[in-house]
Design a binder for this molecule. Structure first.
Ligand code: COA
Length: 331
């Protein structure tokens, strides 16, 4: 018997507070027109002070359990993709476990920047297909506002806060069919948060140099992302004997609309088959794919049996894709 890891529930949480392009015009030298034409973003959500990634993740997991009609006590494992953990340790997975009362679960975090969700999904799927676990929760969540410098127009317009989660359960018919995952550590110089780790622990110097903020060389990241996300999307279809036409939905990482467009062109699929919500949320890092999936599900864009493609890229560099047969009925 060949077991697959099926997504049996999907839910998300976004903070209420909206930071629009017009708000940003008052903070840095930018314009709504520049941001929309270069990125596709109109607004993003910002989590309040005193709340952290685990609060958003816990809310998404509670909604997930309600949707599936299970108690959090039934969860075997929680894996969280994030680069903005509440703290170095305990892991955000541990904190979510406590907040939702998943008393019988173990939990850990995966750090792969924007690819965090796909990496965590690949990990979680292994526990299901091996028969080790029956219910694995995979969360993608980031409070990007905690590491973004709102005086740096190159980055502050791009990111937002959110968390979303999926439940994985074994199934013989529906579920994840394949993954292709990559990393290339030579990308570290182009996208990173330099300080706060063991190399540059917090000091007066790290603070005055702004090393606790996300740094990005946008042009270099763009060049890499535009090629790699398209390449890995096409490759997984070819590997499994499919064409762009066979896809019912493409859920790409939402970092820049122009990067998504490049992948869509390479895949040769219709725009109606692409889930896009970057305009409302910006780049929510590890949350983009499950957030887009959750909205697609709520909007009735997914039918049982649909072929769905995820694709991502991010800091590291990290990138990858996943192909699945959707197994949930419409809500
Ligand atoms: N408002 C107005 N001007 C801005 C700006 C802003 N918010 N941010 C940058 N600029 C300026 C730059 O300073 C530059 O000015 P200069 O030519 O005088 O130096 C000019 O706009 C053009 O910058 P450029 O980098 O060529 O713009 P771009 O078209 O490449 O778009 C990004 C910039 C960041 C949107 C784009 O490079 C990008 O999306 N990169 C990848 C980001 C990404 O996906 N990151 C997440 C990885 S998961």
């Amino acid at each position: 018997m060949n077991l697959r890891a099926k997504i049996s529930a999907v839910a998300h949480y976004v903070p209420d507070k909206i930071l629009s392009n017009f708000d940003l015009e008052k903070m840095v030298d930018t314009s709504d027109e520049w941001i929309r034409s270069r990125t596709g973003i109109s607004e993003r959500r910002i989590l309040e002070d005193g709340k952290a990634t685990s609060d958003m993740g816990a809310e998404a997991v509670k909604r997930l359990c309600e949707q599936r009609g299970i108690s959090p006590k039934e969860i075997d494992l929680i894996i969280v993709g994030t680069v903005t953990p509440d703290m170095f340790f305990p892991s955000t997975g541990n904190l979510i476990q406590e907040k939702v009362g998943a008393k019988n679960a173990w939990s850990y975090d995966v750090a792969a920047a924007c690819s965090g969700f796909l990496y965590a999904l690949a990990s979680g799927a292994q526990y299901i297909t091996s028969g080790m676990h029956k219910k694995v929760v995979v969360v993608g969540g980031d409070k990007m506002s905690s590491i973004v410098n709102y005086q740096d127009r190159n980055t502050c317009v791009l990111f937002g806060d959110a968390a979303a989660a999926v439940l994985l359960e074994p199934d013989e018919e529906y579920g994840i069919m394949d993954f292709i995952l990559h990393s290339d550590g030579s990308g570290a110089e182009y996208l990173r948060m330099k300080a706060g780790g063991s190399l540059y622990p917090a000091s007066l110097e790290t603070v005055t140099q702004d090393w606790h903020f996300l740094y990005q060389d946008g042009k270099q990241v763009f060049k890499f992302a535009v090629t790699k996300m398209a390449e890995v999307s096409v490759k997984i279809l070819e590997k499994n004997g499919f064409h762009g036409d066979d896809l019912a939905l493409f859920v790409p990482h939402q970092a820049n609309l122009r990067i998504i467009d490049a992948a869509v062109k390479r895949l040769g699929i219709d725009y109606e088959k692409v889930m896009i919500n970057i305009n409302k949320y910006g780049n929510t890092t590890a949350a983009t794919i499950p957030l887009a999936l959750s909205e697609a599900y709520q909007q009735g864009k997914l039918e049982k049996g649909d072929l769905v493609l995820f694709a991502t890229f991010g800091g590291g560099f990290t990138w990858g894709s996943s192909l699945l047969r959707w197994g949930m009925d419409k809500p």
